[in-house]
Each structure stands twice: as structure tokens, then as C-alpha cells.
Design a protein around this ligand. Structure first.
Ligand SMILES: *Cc1c(COP(=O)(O)O)cnc(C)c1O
Length: 406
């Protein structure tokens, strides 16, 4: 037997013992046929946003990183609750069409067409290099507009203990800190509407201390660069990195500790920064725990004493649960039998998808209630980096459905 990940504490059972999502039994969200689906529970997102607002300094703005989950009904809901969206591509810009919020766009390899679309839409471009700065200014000149530009700083430190470190190393993300003052001076000289700085040191950290340290280092670096340029930034985006518990033993991030430390840091900033907009950009922490991937058991196959529950889903929808989305070591996501959510776990089984690869393993040797063909399996923590972070085209299986639930 292997350990199951911790089921997020937001979900209950229906009266007949099924997993309840948005007032309905999980299986009732699935239509006819063999297409799995993602249910995103809006009240969970609401709770996370309320926690952020309660624990973080009042001054701190909250941006949503669209790439975590770009499902349009979810974006429309987020738009009513957050202070801005961070985009990672021109495709994401088209997904947010008609939404009236401050937008920024980060990410390496922005093409001239990307820059053109962003400038026309009034998006703040987080410049990843000097070359991108030159091209953004050239594109802006062609269309006769003043571009809103910020500089992504490749910080000389990384977020410790993060699932994915970005910073402290050579990287394709951002401009090395020592070259930033010269770039900022030149952007202003060349007539850009320079906005400020963007720092992003890593993702999926559950350590408040590590996040506090990286935020402190980030602010210190911004002050140093500001001293070097003599130019006050209108905006400083401190990144994010807030993680959620996925695996056995993971504990939730203590956002109170982060908020108190950040408030102290803000209080040490000089009055010159009084008008600077300070923000975090979060994806996973806001929406990850709200999502449940639901897939039906099509077959049971017993081989050499091990039971395989073969479902109509797989890693083509939920790559991360298979352990193939950046994890060093495969561990089980939180998984349950949604049809028998309240039942005791009595059998050991592995949950697999229907791709022709042993990598398509959604849960490895976990304890579940005795599971029958037709039961629905729930994979939790599927609200971020789920469907759009998976190789949907592989084997041409049916696409998963999606719903934002009450
Ligand atoms: C992916 C990304 C985010 C969001 O990260 P989460 O771990 O989902 O919070 C924020 N900012 C940048 C620059 C990113 O690339």
C-alpha cells in the first residue's frame, strides 16, 4: 500500500454517501458517454480569496495567473474578485477578451505579433530581455502608441523548498539583476511608459519562512535598483509561489505568517514608495483545491495480485496526477471513490487511464472502498495545471468537460 494525498478539507458527502460538489453528487455532473470532467467549486475559490484578503496587508493587490486555469466561466468569476490578471501568452489575452481589469503579460519568447496584440490592448509587458525591450519599442512606434513596460528581474536568489525554482541561476526568465538599472534608464529615455518590476522566484512552496525570505529579498533588491536608477516604480509585482498540499505529509501554507511579515516589510519602505502598487500573482493557491477531476471506472483488471481500476480518463487530462508534470518522485495525489465517498477503504487498488503507456497511472496502490465498474473516481487538487497543462491530443480520446459549480 502507498499513501494517498490529503483530500482538501472543503468537500463533504451527500446523504447517500457520495462526494458532494456544488450541492450535487459528483457523478451527476458527468453526462452520458465516456467523457470525464473537471468540476471547479466556486465556494472554495471564494474561501481562498477571503483568506488572502484577511491575512495579507490591505495594500497588497491580488492578481490571478490565468495559465493556472483559463476556463472562461472561472475567469469571469475571478474578474469580479481580483485586482488584475497575469497572462503568459497572446492566446490567454484572447481568452480574457471583454474583461476589464489591469492586465500584464510575462513569459519568454514573445513574438512581434504577441507584443503588437499586448500593446494594442494596453497590457503591461513584463520584459524578459533587452532584445524584447527593443522589439516592443519598435512595434509600439509602428502603431504610434506608448507601450506600458515593466522589467522582469531574474533575482539572484531562489524560493527555497519550492516545487519549481526560478531565480538564483542562469535562466531564460528575466534580466539579470545587475543589468536592470541600465535597461530601466534606457526604457525611460526612449519614451516608454515604464511601470516597474516583476520578480518571480518559484512556485508551489508550502514554507511561510521561505516565502517571507524571498519577499524580503525581492523588496531589498527593488530598493537597491531604485537607488541605482533614481526612478520610482509605479508597480512592483512580487510574484507568488504559494503552494497547496498535494502529497502525503504536506501541510497548508500559513498565510498569516506571510501576511504579517510582509506588512512589516512594507512598513520599512521609504515614503517614496507610498504610491507604488504592490501585488502578488497567484494561480495554484487560488484555484487548485477547488478542482476535482471526475472519471468513471470502465474495467477492473487483476494482475499478479494487483487490482487495476481502469477509468475513462487519464494523463491526457490530468498529467500532474500521473507524476509527469515536473515531479522528481511520483507520489499520489489525493484520490477517492466519489460514488462511495463515505465508505470505508477496504481494498488496495491502482487507478489508471486508458492510454497505452504504464505512465498513465493516476493513483498507485492506494486504499479505496471496494470499487465497481461504473463508480466515479475523484482526483482532487485538479483546479490548477489540469486540463490545459496536459497532452489533450494524445490517443485522440474524448476531451474532458468542465463546469464551475455553486
Ligand atoms: C506560472 C506563474 C505564476 C503562477 O504560479 P502559481 O504557482 O500557479 O501560483 C505566476 N507568475 C508567473 C510569472 C508565472 O510564470
Amino acid at each position: 500500500m502507498k499513501a494517498n494525498g490529503p483530500i482538501p478539507p472543503f468537500f463533504e458527502s451527500t446523504r447517500d454517501g457520495q462526494l458532494c460538489i456544488g450541492g450535487k453528487a459528483a457523478g451527476d455532473w458527468m453526462g452520458e458517454g465516456d467523457a470525464p470532467m473537471f468540476a471547479y467549486a466556486r465556494p472554495v475559490i471564494e474561501e481562498k480569496i477571503a483568506q488572502f484578503r484577511a491575512d495579507m496587508p490591505e495594500r497588497l493587490r491580488l492578481h490571478y495567473a490565468v495559465k493556472a486555469n483559463p476556463y472562461r466561466p472561472l475567469l469571469d468569476f475571478m474578474a469580479s474578485r481580483v485586482d488584475g490578471f497575469d497572462l503568459a501568452s497572446r492566446g490567454e489575452l484572447s481568452r480574457v477578451e471583454g474583461i476589464d481589469l489591469p492586465l500584464s503579460m510575462a513569459g519568454p519568447g514573445k513574438s512581434d505579433a504577441d507584443l503588437h496584440a499586448a500593446i494594442l490592448a494596453g497590457v503591461t509587458i513584463h520584459l524578459e530581455s533587452e532584445g524584447e525591450a527593443d522589439r516592443a519599442l519598435a512595434v509600439a512606434e509602428q502603431v504610434g502608441m506608448t507601450p506600458k513596460l515593466a522589467v522582469r528581474v531574474n533575482p539572484p536568489f531562489a524560493l527555497k523548498g519550492a516545487g519549481m525554482k526560478m531565480g538564483g541561476l542562469s535562466s531564460q526568465f528575466g534580466v539579470d539583476a545587475e543589468r536592470v538599472p541600465a535597461l530601466v534608464t534606457s526604457l525611460i529615455e526612449r519614451g516608454a511608459d515604464w511601470q516597474g518590476y516583476h520578480l518571480y522566484a518559484g512556485s508551489q512552496s508550502l514554507s511561510a519562512d521561505a516565502i517571507v525570505e524571498s519577499q524580503r529579498e525581492s523588496l531589498k533588491l527593488v530598493v537597491e535598483i531604485t537607488n541605482a536608477t533614481g526612478e520610482m516604480p509605479s508597480e512592483v509585482n512580487l510574484g507568488g509561489g504559494f503552494g497547496i498540499p498535494y502529497f502525503p505529509g504536506d501541510e497548508p501554507l500559513d498565510t498569516k505568517v506571510v501576511g504579517e511579515a510582509l506588512e512589516n516589510e512594507f512598513n520599512t519602505l521609504s515614503d517614496d514608495f507610498a504610491k507604488t502598487r504592490l501585488m502578488l500573482e497567484l494561480g495554484r493557491w487560488l484555484v487548485g483545491e477547488a478542482g476535482v477531476y471526475l472519471t468513471r471506472v470502465i474495467d477492473r483488471n487483476v494482475s499478479h495480485g494487483r487490482t487495476y481500476l481502469v477509468t475513462d480518463g487519464g494523463l491526457q487530462h490530468m498529467l500532474a496526477a500521473s507524476g509527469n508534470f515536473g515531479q522528481l518522485l511520483r507520489r499520489n495525489y489525493p484520490v477517492a471513490n466519489a460514488t462511495r465517498f463515505a465508505a470505508e477503504a477496504t481494498e488496495e487498488a491502482s487507478v489508471v487511464g486508458r492510454l497505452c503507456t504504464p505512465l498513465d497511472l493516476l493513483a498507485d496502490e492506494i486504499m479505496l472502498p471496494k470499487t465497481e465498474v461504473g463508480d466515479v473516481i475523484a482526483i482532487f487538487c485538479a483546479g490548477a495545471y489540469g486540463l490545459t497543462a496536459s497532452p489533450n491530443g494524445f490517443l485522440s480520446q474524448p476531451m474532458a468537460g468542465e463546469a464551475l459549480t455553486d
